[in-house]
Every structure is written in structure tokens, then in C-alpha cells.
Design a binder for this molecule. Structure first.
Ligand SMILES: *Cc1c(COP(=O)(O)O)cnc(C)c1O
Length: 411
């Protein structure tokens, strides 16, 4: 539909801007956010129009910041919401669900969502070159979708990434730039490059549009639960954008009359070795202290998260909580999820499941609560994190005797 985007609006002072490739308020330096004409959207949107849409995040196109039709990332989103009965039984939960973005298209992480929206928007704004500052998964999604869209692509990553994520860039043949530093160094550099070159940096100058793609995780969850918001959600935090947008997405559905008032509690999850947001929340303060990341959860290793403040605010609004887990707990939780549900998650998934365990133990999530854990990336991309902890295959000769001697089995 046309006319659904009013423009951009400063999240701090409310000043209005046109829907351009800009992200910072000139007056107060606050971040800009897309402002919608909800009355117009309400006229055309219903549960039926959504259900008749494509089996991708684009079934929610009326709530996403593009003017025309979707042109990039047509298969992204609409991933399974798995009723995790085995893991639920293990933890003592009857209604535990995994939102399984380990099988997202095309690059097996939730970043395929934000990039589908960002590149569709970048194209309609006339950009020919796309770029990003990434902790790994974002670069994979930008590289793959730019290849499909025929756009020139530059991805900037910290120099210590997992080999699966590096290869997952190179295969699509973008320009891959490894920066000697951590993500926060990469991001600072990219802000300078974005100010000088006419490129669509998905998480810098077109961040307001990119970030909206995360709302699709909330929309799909509510639809898949039968048009109901969950009681509890557990969300991994890197920049904090995903958490704030899940909150925004659920509340938009209510505002448009598609679900009841939202009583969902948000629970933010970080790795102990990079937990600026969760640490601030637990201390009861609104502002976090930036840290130098040191964790196996590299996809979440942002020491100075752009939306950390807003993530704390949204979590308070929902009367939720935040917590962090150690690298050992991350590995144990990856194994637990795999061995109970057959889902091989990356380290961020270990963070989510690890914090979920703590929430149950601390009594914050109860047996009957409808609980959704967001598992946002695929374990095949972070094999280094677990390879020492999964044992070795049994090796035998191709002979029955060797099998019977070398493989313990029931007979
Ligand atoms: C980027 C990422 C996140 C978190 O994203 P933010 O919106 O920056 O908080 C979570 N999980 C995975 C696997 C990611 O790659």
C-alpha cells in the first residue's frame, strides 16, 4: 500500500524527517525511527489479508517500511514455531516454543529478515551499493541477498570471526573487509565510510528501515500462536535492536486490533563476557557501561550496543528481566537444545537457552506460561564453539566382527 509511511521521527525529541537514508536527529542526535500512518494501515490490514499473503515475512508487508512490493529476500521469515515438548519437559514447562530461525532463508539466521527489508528499501531509494558492519550473520545475509539482487556489496567484519561465517561471506563474492579490531571498531569505521560514500549501509544510514524487519519475529509468533502474544519471551541481545522491535511489533498488532492487549514479559539474554546491557539492568540503572567483549558468542559481541538503552526501557515496560550466562553454560545449552529438540543452534542460541534455564530456576517463568525462546542462528556456522565438547565417532573396519567388538550395542 502507498501512504503508510509518514516519515522518520526522532525517538528522543519527536522531530519529524522525510523517509530518507538518514538515521540521526540533527537537533538532539537521537536515533530516528519509521513513523507509520496506522489509521491507513488499519483500513487495509486484517488477519485474513495476512493469512492470504506469501509464506515469508512479506505477509506482513503492510507493517514494514517499504513503499512498493518486495524485491529482495523473498523467502526470508515464516520459520517454524516449534512446540518444544522434550526441552519443556526437561525444564518443567508445558508450553515452551522455539522460534526456529536456524532455518531462515537464505543464510540460516534471523538477519535474513532485517536484510530483506533493508535491501528492498535500499533498492527503492535508488542505491546500487550495499554494505554493513557485522558480527558475522549480518554480513552473510547482506552478501547472499546482494548477490541475488545484483547489487555491489562490501561487508566489514572483525578479524576474529568463526571460519564458517567468513566462508559464508566469501562464497557470494562481495568485497570482504576484515578489520583488525572488535565489532565496535568496525562500526565506528563504517560510520565514517557511510558519511563519505553513497552506499546503503544497512545498519548505519538505513538502520531505521533495517531494524523494522525484526518486528516480523513478533508478528509471526503471534500468528503462529493463534493470534495471541506469548506470556514470556527470551531474546538474545547484541545491539538490542531485536528486543526493542519484538516489543514494538507485539504492541502494533494490538494497536491494529489483531490481538488482545500485550502482557508479554521480555527477558533479555547476553553472554557473561559481553553483557553491558544485562549488567546495567540487573544493577537497576538505565545506562550501561561499554565493555571489551570476550566470549564465544561472537554474534552477540557488541561492547557498546546502539539500542542498549532502549532495550532496557522496553524490558522495564514489560516488567521483564535480563540475565547472562557463561561460555560453559552456552556450550551446555547448545547441546541440550540439540539433544532434546534436534535443533543445532549457534552460540547466540546457547545464550538464549542458558538464560531460559536460569529464568525457570529463579521462578520467573512458570510451568503453564506460554514461553517463546528466540533461537536466532545456525550451529553449523559456529562449529569451533562446540567441537571439543561433542566427542569423536567410533572407528571400525568394514567387518561385522569389528562392529561387534568396537561398537557397544544391545543384543
Ligand atoms: C545479530 C544477532 C542477534 C541480535 O541482534 P540485535 O538486534 O543487534 O540485538 C541475535 N542473534 C543472532 C544470531 C544475531 O546474529
Amino acid at each position: 500500500m502507498t501512504g503508510k509511511i509518514k516519515g522518520l521521527k526522532c525517538r528522543e525529541c519527536g522531530r519529524a524527517y522525510p523517509a530518507d537514508p538518514i538515521h540521526v536527529c540533527e537537533m538532539c542526535f537521537g536515533p530516528l525511527e519509521v513513523d507509520y500512518n496506522y489509521d491507513a494501515i488499519k483500513q487495509v490490514l486484517s488477519r485474513e489479508t495476512i493469512q492470504n499473503g506469501p509464506p515469508s515475512l512479506w505477509r506482513f508487508i503492510d507493517l514494514l517500511p517499504v513503499e512498493g512490493r518486495a524485491t529482495v529476500g523473498l523467502d526470508a521469515g515464516y520459520t517454524p514455531l516449534v512446540h518444544a515438548k522434550n526441552l519443556g519437559a526437561h525444564l518443567g514447562l508445558d508450553e515452551l516454543y522455539i522460534k526456529n530461525d536456524t532455518v531462515n532463508h537464505p543464510t540460516l539466521s534471523f538477519k535474513d529478515r532485517v536484510v530483506a527489508v533493508a535491501l528492498t528499501r535500499a533498492r527503492e531509494m535508488g542505491f546500487e551499493t550495499v554494505a554493513c558492519a557485522s558480527t558475522g550473520n549480518l554480513a552473510n545475509a547482506v552478501a547472499a541477498q546482494a548477490a541475488q539482487a545484483g547489487m555491489r556489496c562490501f561487508v566489514f567484519i572483525p578479524a576474529n570471526l568463526e571460519s564458517g561465517k567468513v566462508l559464508g561471506n566469501l562464497i557470494y563474492r562481495p568485497t570482504v573487509v576484515e578489520v583488525e579490531g572488535n565489532y565496535d571498531d568496525v562500526n565506528r569505521l563504517c560510520s565514517e565510510i557511510a558519511a563519505k560514500y553513497p552506499w546503503a549501509f544497512v545498519n548505519v544510514n538505513i538502520r531505521p528501515y533495517y531494524a523494522e524487519g525484526s518486528k516480523s519475529l513478533a508478528f509471526e509468533t503471534a500468528e503462529q500462536l493463534g493470534w495471541k502474544a506469548p506470556d514470556q519471551v527470551v531474546i538474545p541481545i547484541a545491539s538490542g535492536s531485536l528486543l526493542t522491535k519484538i516489543w514494538k511489533g507485539l504492541n502494533e498488532l494490538h494497536q491494529l486490533g489483531l490481538i488482545d492487549p500485550v502482557t508479554t514479559k521480555l527477558h533479555g539474554a547476553q553472554a557473561e563476557g559481553c553483557s553491558p546491557v544485562a549488567t546495567a539492568f540487573k544493577r537497576g540503572v538505565d545506562f550501561f557501561k561499554p565493555v571489551k567483549p570476550n566470549t564465544i558468542a561472537k554474534s552477540l559481541a557488541i561492547g557498546n550496543p546502539a539500542d542498549g538503552y532502549y532495550a532496557i526501557k522496553a524490558t522495564h515496560e514489560s516488567t521483564g528481566s535480563m540475565d547472562f550466562v557463561s561460555d560453559d553454560e552456552i556450550v551446555d545449552s547448545i547441546k541440550l537444545l540439540a539433544q532434546t529438540e534436534g535443533i543445532f543452534a549457534e552460540t547466540a542460541g546457547g545464550v538464549t537457552i542458558g538464560v531460559l534455564k536460569k529464568l525457570v530456576k529463579n521462578g520467573l517463568i512458570k510451568k503453564g506460561d506460554v514461553t517463546v525462546a528466540y533461537v536466532t542462528g545456525n550451529g553449523l556456522k559456529t562449529q569451533e564453539a562446540v567441537e571439543e565438547f561433542v566427542g569423536r565417532p567410533l572407528r571400525i573396519l568394514p567387518k561385522l566382527q569389528s562392529f561387534e567388538e568396537g561398537v557397544p550395542h544391545a543384543n
